[in-house]
Structure formats: structure tokens, C-alpha cells
Design a protein around this ligand. Structure first.
Ligand SMILES: Nc1ncnc2c1ncn2[C@@H]1O[C@H](COP(=O)(O)OP(=O)(O)OP(=O)(O)O)[C@@H](O)[C@H]1O
Length: 334
């Protein structure tokens, strides 16, 4: 448990939208805190309320009720300038920052610290150089942002938030649009920054696989159950991941492999024996996809598949035993 003073803390918070006299409550009774040195991932189905919560934490939207404290003080008591020195926000917007170089874009993040004319002093340049280095895009400093890849642009946006020198950074889907390498790099980078720069970092994501690997804590948000917070492995091993998509009864969380998969309603039963867990996993994957439900125990009532390597798969049916040298062959004969 993290006993440090929370950077931000919500108690009995209601979030949602006001329009004239109309109020649309998205969530009520939310309780949470974020601490320095930790990467937290906010997970939830489409429409669960992740963006609404992030906007409330960023103070671009006011809570409907309850208490929201930033460094122990009500967030509503902060001036805009104070807030921009405390909360860095990175939004996923591909159209941002057209004709600026990376250096100029990142320099914009210094505005909360520079004077009215935004003149940069030696210390500002030092902070900018440090941020470019921390995210690994020093070599792109003089490149126009319009000429960056999506992954590089995301790093530039993270550097811009870093130069604000805020203890709290909020990111809305920072890995959307990124390929798998850039997703891993970005998540790794954010975790490293949380630890090395002692930031509290909260990001929303649909990239559950990466979140489970790198998040110190998860916030699971559902319309039905509200917000559940905890250390990643505590939530996984207490079967909380199954509650994330309660509307969809056809998927389940695979505890062994840390991902979601469709519930198998195979019409044929097959006894599956494998030499190791990896072979079992992929054999089961192939059999499930081909309408077979896999049993671990042997039974004379059903065919048996015994796999010792991808080239040695024994299929035993009432007609005898047949050796398959590939999954292709097995699936044609099952
Ligand atoms: N400006 C708005 N005014 C009123 N309701 C809104 C507004 N923006 C979002 N909502 C509603 O708030 C609920 C939560 O939406 P939100 O965008 O926070 O979900 P989300 O978890 O970020 O979804 P996604 O994963 O699809 O981005 C939805 O029912 C949505 O229709």
C-alpha cells in the first residue's frame, strides 16, 4: 500500500454533465487516489465514463458533487495557472500542432512557468532538452511535427507535458493509433517516467494486454459497478477482470494468459493431452476455434488429441490412431 500523500484524491465524487437545469450523472460515489511514482491505467468499455472522469480530474469539467482534492486542496480553489503547473494533460488528437518543430511544440509546455511574453530562459531550455532526452526524441528536435510518425508525435506530446513539471500527468488513450512496437515503447516510457521522475501518471486505454503488464494499479470503470481500484495482480487474481464487460456474456478473462477470449460453446468434446502449457494453449486455441470443447481427463467416449510437438499430434478416435504432422492436418481430420 502506498502511504504517501495523494497527488489527487476523490471522495464520494459524482461526475457527469450539466446543461441548463438538466443534469446527466455518469457516475456517483467514486472514491480514488493517485500517488507519486505509480502508473495507473483506467480501463472500461466504450461509454463507461473514462473520458468524463479524466476531464473531471483535469478540471476542464466540474464534478457534480463530492470532494476532489489536488495536493490536499479542493481543485476548485486552484487558479488556471496553478492548475497548469500541477496537472499535465495529453489528449489523443491527431490534428494537434501542425507547423511547429518538435522543440517549439515542447517549449509551449513551459508556458505555465514563463512570463507574459513566454520568453524562454536558460533553465527552460535545460528542462526542454531533458524532456526530449527522457522520451527519446532529441534527434527529432528540429523536425516539423507534421512530419512525425504517430508514435513520435505521441512522445513529443508527452515531452510537452513533462516540461510543465507537474506531479500529475493525465493521458487519454495515448496508445490509440499506435502499432504494437510503439504501444509497448510508449507504455514502457510512461512507466519509467512515473518511477524515475516520481510522477503520478493516469492513462485511459483499451490496450488491456499492455496495461496488465505495466500498470502498477488499475482503475476498472463500469456503468454498473462504478470504479474499482487496486494493484493490478490483486484485481486479476480476485477475478475482477470479468466484471469489466458485464454486458457481454460471451467473453471471459483468461487468467492464465491475461487476455479476453470468447466463451467456448464447442459442440464436440475432445480429450486434450499436451506435453507442456504452451502446446496445450495453442492446441486448445485451434480446437476451440473449430467448435471443439477440450477436456483434460481421458475418456473413451470422446476422441483424444495428444500433442508432443507441433509436428507430432496423435489423434485417437474409435477408428484408430492417426499421426498428424501439423495443425492443418489435425483440423482436417478431427
Ligand atoms: N458532452 C456530453 N454531454 C452529455 N453526455 C455526454 C457528453 N460526453 C459524453 N457523454 C456521455 O457520458 C457517458 C460516458 O462517456 P465517455 O466519453 O466518458 O465514455 P468513455 O469511457 O470515455 O468511452 P470511449 O471508450 O468510447 O471513449 C456516455 O453515456 C456519453 O454518452
Amino acid at each position: 500500500m502506498n502511504h504517501s500523500t495523494p497527488i489527487i484524491e476523490g471522495c464520494d465524487l459524482s461526475i457527469g454533465y450539466r446543461s441548463g437545469k438538466q443534469v446527466k450523472t455518469v457516475h456517483r460515489h467514486l472514491n480514488f487516489s493517485l500517488h507519486r511514482g505509480e502508473l495507473t491505467c483506467l480501463l472500461g468499455a466504450n461509454g463507461a465514463g473514462k473520458s468524463t472522469l479524466l476531464r473531471t480530474l483535469a478540471a476542464t469539467q466540474m464534478p457534480l458533487e463530492g470532494s476532489l482534492k489536488l495536493l490536499g486542496r479542493p481543485i476548485a480553489s486552484y487558479s488556471e495557472r496553478e492548475r497548469s503547473r500541477t496537472i499535465g494533460v495529453v489528449l489523443t488528437d491527431k490534428t494537434q500542432a501542425g507547423g511547429l518543430t518538435v522543440y517549439e511544440l515542447v517549449a509551449l509546455g513551459r508556458q505555465p512557468h514563463t512570463g507574459f511574453f513566454g520568453r524562454l530562459h536558460a533553465r527552460d531550455h535545460e528542462v526542454i532538452r531533458h524532456a526530449l532526452q527522457a522520451v527519446g526524441i532529441t534527434h527529432k528536435a528540429q523536425t516539423y511535427t507534421s512530419e512525425l510518425s504517430d508514435g513520435e508525435r505521441q512522445k513529443a506530446m508527452i515531452a510537452k507535458a513533462l516540461v510543465q513539471e507537474c506531479p500529475l500527468i493525465l493521458l487519454d488513450e495515448p496508445t490509440a493509433f499506435l502499432d504494437v512496437t510503439s504501444r509497448i515503447e510508449t507504455m514502457n516510457l510512461l512507466h519509467r517516467l512515473a518511477v524515475e521522475e516520481q510522477k503520478a501518471i493516469l492513462l485511459s486505454t483499451h490496450d488491456i494486454e499492455q496495461a496488465l503488464i505495466l500498470a502498477d494499479r488499475l482503475w476498472l470503470l463500469t456503468r454498473e459497478g462504478g470504479l474499482e481500484c487496486g494493484v493490478t495482480e490483486d484485481l486479476i487474481l480476485h477475478n475482477r477482470m470479468d466484471s469489466l464487460f458485464p454486458q457481454n456474456k460471451n467473453i471471459r478473462f483468461d487468467l492464465m494468459h491475461g487476455g479476453y477470449s470468447p466463451i467456448v460453446s464447442g459442440q464436440k468434446s475432445v480429450c486434450l493431452q499436451a506435453d507442456d502449457e504452451m502446446l496445450r494453449h495453442w492446441a486448445q486455441n485451434a480446437l476451440n476455434r473449430n467448435n471443439c470443447f477440450c477436456l483434460s481427463e481421458l475418456s473413451d467416449d470422446y476422441p483424444t488429441v495428444r500433442i508432443t510437438s507441433p509436428e507430432n499430434i496423435l489423434l485417437t478416435t474409435s477408428q484408430g490412431t492417426y499421426t498428424c504432422t501439423s495443425f492443418d492436418e489435425l483440423l482436417q481430420n478431427i
